[in-house]
Design a protein around this ligand. Sequence first.
Ligand SMILES: Cc1cc2nc3c(=O)[nH]c(=O)nc-3n(C[C@H](O)[C@H](O)[C@H](O)COP(=O)(O)OP(=O)(O)OC[C@H]3O[C@@H](n4cnc5c(N)ncnc54)[C@H](O)[C@@H]3O)c2cc1C
Length: 388
Amino acid sequence: MDLTLTPELAAFREEVRAFLAAHAEDYAGGAAREPLAWQRLLIEQGYAARTVPREYGGYGAAPDILKGRIIAEAFIAAGAPRGIANQGVSMLVPTLLEVGSEAQKRRWIGPTLRGEVVWCQGYSEPDAGSDLASLKTSAIEDGDDFVISGSKLWTSTAHLAQMMFALIRTEPQAPRHEGISYVLIPMDTPGIEVRPLKTMTGQAEFNEVFFTEVRVPKDQVVGGRGRGWFVANTTLKHERGMLGDPNATEARLNALIELMKTETVDGQRIVDHPVFRDRLMQLQARVFAMKFNGLRTLTDETAGLARLVVKLQGCELNHQLAALAIDALGELGVLYQDGPHLRAKGRWQWNYMFDLGLIIGGGTAQIQKNIIAERGLGLPREPSPAKA
Ligand SMILES: Cc1cc2nc3c(=O)[nH]c(=O)nc-3n(C[C@H](O)[C@H](O)[C@H](O)COP(=O)(O)OP(=O)(O)OC[C@H]3O[C@@H](n4cnc5c(N)ncnc54)[C@H](O)[C@@H]3O)c2cc1C
């Protein structure tokens, strides 16, 4: 693929850079001052939801790989936030675009893109994580409704969400992968109870969710009854893309370099210290390798294996970049909450703790390695304990 910029693309790059320069006051330190207003502005300009059709609330541009790259690189260079990247925007919206009904697309995509509706993902259960198809939360039929009972676990943002996309066993007689449906559930439906779980960040980022005879209309199923496994895998593909986004990792590398240039230890800039400089260069090389591997996801011929690799690489690298920041700051690196010597509002510590979880969330690193081996490299499948 030819990555040379034509005059038209060079002009487009200038346009994006000018936009970011003109709006520098709307964001600082990589975060938008008013996230929902920033998101609306990005959609209007075509820098977010760029290829989502206008009738569903997006910008409506034709797919253009090079323009997408130009936008990503300009935002990284400016240290500007890319807008909302959560389970609704980055996972549910592309799923609905691929397999949702017309009514579901019109009802949910616009409000989700604008950040007006927050979603959570109800997949994992106490006995169904890596082996997700063993999930037990189930529905019985009652007229036009499903009546759902069971529980979900590790449900990120369930305490904030208005909606959940959930995997529910609706066809108890079917083989386990064919008995699941992908259901959209309002979180204020009677019978839903959310219990927060505190993580080592000190905050409750995820939850247990209990369902006691929760009534949901059958037309809330996405992609057809019993097709939930296929739909879930569509969402998982986008989840892995979100968690292993090379642009986000490169932005974090840049923030780390900036930190190491501005902070000093014993009067010496951290970036000039040979040990930390060496560690930085090792990570920088891996981030660049990931970035170029990420470029392979842009065209269909090379996307398959590359997509599988970025989730594994991205999540591990994000964690290691945060680890280097903490180590480089020495005794200041351990500070997390308020205090006069706190650096970057404790963000590096928070990232270090939170991102350890993302090596597990969306499929653990071990499972991801199995998938790379089996689907990406064509190695023999691991033996199934059930058949052994
Ligand atoms: C921060 C975070 C956010 C999350 N958010 C959500 C969410 O929003 N919604 C949701 O539904 N879930 C969420 N999860 C749950 C996540 O998807 C599961 O934790 C994950 O799939 C692993 O399942 P498990 O915890 O049951 O571990 P298990 O499946 O019990 O695995 C335990 C260990 O065994 C290993 N293992 C298991 N099977 C194999 C195998 N075949 N080969 C090699 N190793 C194996 C695993 O790698 C792991 O190390 C989140 C998890 C985290 C940490």
